[in-house]
Design a protein around this ligand. Structure first.
Ligand code: SF4
Ligand code: SF4
Length: 367
């Protein structure tokens, strides 16, 4: 049931009380014609009042892998960025490098890709928070089931306000990806991403290896050795930093995607908890151009359900649950489950509530 509530949101990092989620029903093409509605959403949700003069205000975003077209359209953000600047806050685009090979694996290629995907028109800096090679992290203690501490992007610690802009999609590992995935996986350093994805260290594929030795030279743990003419990872010494993946010129270092779905999801949630611990945050979910897989896919994908609209909240669990509920209600069936029948996508939302990341209960406010 939808109730109409006007509220000024008080931001705190983690909470379990019922949150408000604000929804503007709009389609992709409509939003392109009228991106001003984002400002309306920021104001109605109370978020706008929290942009502060001089504060480093990160817009956490996913630029889309090269070849992908479904990422958040930078044209949506033009008036919003102008508005944030007018408050005196210092907005910038914030992202981290990927674990796997591609155009977003180091900060230089990543920033060039962001420009290629049109984000230069926003005329604000792009910060890749885990450094040029994804090796820069800060350790945050959380004492949860899987992790006592997490290795999040170092740049995160200097952010005053984290505005998380997420494209809601289906996902092959977690069933869907939105706010929690954007902060959990998306704010982790490469070492943190590897810790979420794998229980094992990387493997070197001999067939692709050029025997240049770069991986061994750059391994901070001395965990790569040449044995019988081949480079091998010594599991016992590996610290899972993933540096070897980024330096290999041949793409010969690979990850073993062996984790169970629920385990990956729980680890991602714990990283989301770490990334937002003690931080002022707000969330916007774009439930538009919803694809079966995430924007890491390096090809054009068509949407598989109708657009819902844009959601605003201070609670990452509530906003993701509200996005799913609205989609299911609109479709009158569980399209996410049909797309990824092997995954219980509610598992990570329940776990997120259990550890205090946010609340599954929310009040929906249509704007
Ligand atoms: S992940 Fe890090 S520690 Fe492990 S082999 Fe690669 S470079 Fe070495
Ligand atoms: S960096 Fe890559 S190509 Fe060079 S030795 Fe290591 S695995 Fe082989």
């Amino acid at each position: 049931m939808v109730s109409v509530v006007l509220a000024c949101l008080i931001f705190s990092s983690h909470q379990n009380s019922m949150a408000e989620v604000f929804l503007k029903r709009i389609a992709y093409e409509e939003l392109l014609k009228n991106p001003q509605v984002l400002i309306e959403g920021l104001e109605r949700s109370g978020c706008a009042a929290h942009f502060k003069k001089g504060e480093f205000t990160a817009l956490k975003i996913h630029f889309g892998e090269k070849g992908n077209t479904s990422y958040i359209n930078p044209n949506f953000l033009l008036p919003c960025v102008k508005f944030i600047k007018s408050t005196g806050a210092k907005p910038f685009l914030f992202e981290t490098n990927t674990l796997y090979h591609g155009e977003r694996m180091n900060a230089i290629d990543h920033m060039n890709l962001a420009l290629g995907h049109g984000f230069g028109k926003l005329n604000i800096p792009v910060v890749i928070g885990d450094g040029i090679r994804g090796a820069d992290y800060t350790e945050i203690t959380i004492n949860q089931k899987h992790f006592k501490s997490c290795y999040v992007a170092q740049g995160l610690k200097d952010i005053d306000f984290l505005l998380v802009l997420s494209h809601f999609t289906g996902h092959m590992l977690t069933g869907f990806g939105a706010a929690i995935k954007n902060i959990g996986m998306g704010c982790a350093s490469r070492r943190g991403k590897l810790a979420q994805h794998c229980q094992v260290s990387p493997l070197i594929q001999e067939a692709r290896c050029a025997f240049c030795g770069a991986c061994a030279q750059n391994c901070p743990a001395g965990a790569i050795e040449k044995k019988d003419g081949k480079y091998v990872v010594i599991k016992e010494q590996c610290i899972g930093c993933a540096q070897c993946l980024s330096v290999c010129p041949k793409g010969a270092v690979n990850i073993v995607w062996s984790e169970e779905y629920n385990l990956i999801a729980e680890k991602m949630v714990e990283y989301a908890f770490a990334a937002t611990k003690g931080k002022k945050c707000a969330y916007i979910n774009f439930c538009l151009y919803i694809t079966k897989e995430c924007d890491c896919m390096n090809k054009e994908k068509s949407s598989f359900v109708k657009d819902v609209g844009i959601f605003f909240s201070r609670d990452p669990v509530s906003i993701d649950k509200a996005s799913i509920d609205a989609l299911l209600q609109q479709e009158a069936k569980d399209s996410l489950r049909e797309a990824h029948p092997q995954i219980d996508y509610l598992h990570h939302l329940k776990y997120a509530q259990d550890i205090g990341l946010g609340s599954l209960d929310y009040t929906l406010v249509e704007i």
